[in-house]
Design a protein around this ligand. Structure first.
Ligand code: NAI
Ligand code: MG
Length: 514
């Protein structure tokens, strides 16, 4: 360990053991620190629950600390909602639905949703800095991706609120009632937007449960909801861990559960919800194939591979974590990737030049370390660029594995970290077979100059989203969701409204049928 307060991240059998052509090219200049100022955010010592339009202390009388994963410094105490608290939040949501929200004309609901979008834009710097402090993601991502997309989601769904009568031909749309929404820590505010925007546009009320490591932007959003004078109880925010989430799933007053998170918890929720009459959508894990054909534009593909797996430290359900390279291109792709990894800047998430921030939690870091160790034990070859990681906090160097076979755990299991497994293929048929050889089915990438091949591949891959010559592109008008163990239901687009609506068939003359 170096004595200068930094430790060397290079793993065993790492970078510099490669052939001379594979030695990492380091950036030939040093960057001056360029930290974004924290002054724009004001973090309170303690946060209560947001129920019925007000912050109220938890009946549970329990709080838990949220930390900055890049320093392990405590940021705030956040209420841990118990069974009774969750019940109160659901009651508040039900009352708001019965007394105001369900009967409010769509054009009036839209105004609130627009106001939320606009306030998010106005306060985007504050939100971005807070997101980065609480969760560890690079400020350039929270600033340029999470915040603009969160605002765009509210703008987009605001536009649907007064058009529900025309959106579903032959079906009449009615709001469902109370939605219970449980979100993860990888895109905290953006996932809150994905859940709340369509619910509000549809005329539902909501109880949102943020993830325990990243509750602060949802709580700042609660302040926005107060500012825009959203009727009390239309959105309630109950912070806490898995038990709080489970309590929300169990509540009889909830009409629909929307969950994004691990496949394991998703399956448990599905068992609980079965035969309760509650609607359910699940957006779970992934192990996406990013497939590079030998006619692909090489440099563009390398950037897409890097974006696909190292974006947000690889804490991305649709991350391109399995790279499938056509055999003849294997060496140049690996060589270029190794060189590119050496230029990625790992460190202070608030620094505007940082590419890879902190791993979200100690628990997640341990999961990544365990899976990476299994990769080496099972015989794959690890590569990490020379890179200095801060002494405190949770960090993992960008990593790639070659010599990976389909049976290796690193080729099968979701690592949810900055770790790429590289495999090869010879023919398009083999690429499809390998891409689909997974219990997941969320996303995939195809890199080729040939348009017909893109279509051929897209038709054969069991993945909810297929990106062609790009990766990790999002737009609120485009539906997102998976097959198989990646879950079901779609978010985004008109498809994302359906899970929040009761859609009844209408007869030709507008009357009801059956
Ligand atoms: P998780 O599934 O436990 O957490 C996601 C959310 O569910 C959090 O808000 C959590 O408090 C809540 N939750 C936990 N247990 C619950 C229960 N029994 N009932 C209701 N809600 C519950 O995920 P975790 O443990 O944080 O991460 C484990 C792995 O899951 C990751 O390593 C990654 O592979 C995967 N994951 C996938 C995500 C995705 O976007 N698809 C997001 C987060 C994690
Ligand atoms: Mg935190």
């Amino acid at each position: 360990m170096a004595g200068d307060g930094e430790r060397n991240a290079k793993g065993e059998g790492g970078a510099l053991q490669g052939r001379p052509s594979q030695v990492v090219r380091r950036t030939p200049w040093e960057y001056t620190p360029a930290p974004e100022s924290r002054d724009v955010v004001r973090i309170k010592d303690r946060y209560d629950l947001f129920i019925g339009g007000r912050f109220v202390p938890p009946l549970s009388e329990r709080w838990r600390t949220t930390i900055d994963p890049s320093t392990e410094e405590s940021l705030a105490e956040v209420a841990e909602a118990g069974e009774e608290d969750v019940a109160r939040a659901v009651e508040a949501a039900r009352e708001a639905w019965d007394t105001s929200w369900r009967d409010l004309p769509g054009k009036e609901r839209a105004k609130y949703v627009y106001r939320i979008a606009r306030e998010l834009q106005e306060r985007s710097r504050e939100f971005a800095v807070l997101e980065t402090i609480d969760g560890g993601k690079p400020i350039k991502e929270s600033r340029d991706v999470d915040l603009p997309l969160a605002a765009a989601h509210f703008f987009y769904y605001a536009g649907w609120a007064d058009k529900l009568d025309y959106a579903f031909v032959g079906r009449r749309a009615r709001p469902l009632g109370v939605a219970g929404q449980i979100i993860p820590w990888n895109f905290p505010l953006l996932m809150a937007a994905w859940k709340l925007a369509p619910a509000l546009a549809a005329g539902d009320t909501a109880v949102l449960k943020p993830a325990e490591t990243t509750p602060l932007t949802a709580l700042l959003l609660a302040e926005v909801l107060q500012d825009v004078e959203l009727p009390p109880g239309v959105v309630n925010i109950v912070t806490g861990g898995g038990e709080t989430g489970a309590a929300l799933v169990h509540q009889p007053g909830v009409d629909k559960i929307a969950f994004t998170g691990s496949t394991e918890v998703g399956k448990a929720i599905q068992r609980t919800v079965a035969s309760s009459g509650k609607r359910l959508t699940l957006e779970l894990g992934g192990k996406a194939a990013n497939i590079v054909f030998d006619d692909a534009p090489l440099d563009q593909a390398v950037e897409g591979i890097v974006n696909g797996i190292y974006f947000n430290q690889g804490h991305v359900c649709c991350a391109g974590s399995r790279l499938l390279v056509q055999e003849s291109l294997f060496e140049p792709v690996v060589e270029k990737l190794k060189a590119r990894l050496g230029t990625l800047r790992v460190g202070d998430p608030l620094d505007k030049n940082t590419d890879i921030g902190a791993i979200n939690s100690k628990q997640q870091l341990e999961k990544i370390e365990e899976l990476v160790a299994s990769g080496t034990e099972e015989g794959a070859e690890i590569y990490q660029p020379e890179c200095h990681l801060p002494e405190r906090g949770f960090w993992f160097a960008p990593t790639l594995f070659t010599g990976v076979s389909q049976s290796h755990r690193i080729a099968k299991e979701e690592i949810f970290g900055p770790v790429l497994s590289i495999l090869t293929f010879r023919t398009p048929e083999e690429a499809v077979e390998k891409a689909n050889n997974t219990p997941y089915g969320l996303s995939a990438g195809v890199w080729t100059e040939k348009g017909s091949r893109i279509l051929w591949m897209a038709q054969r891959m069991r993945a909810g989203v297929v990106w062609a010559n790009t990766y990790n592109r999002f737009d609120p008008s485009s539906p997102f969701g998976g097959y198989k163990e990646s879950g079901f239901g779609r978010e985004g687009g008109v498809h994302g409204l359906e899970p929040y609506l009761e859609l009844e068939p209408v007869t030709g003359n507008g009357g009801r049928r059956g």
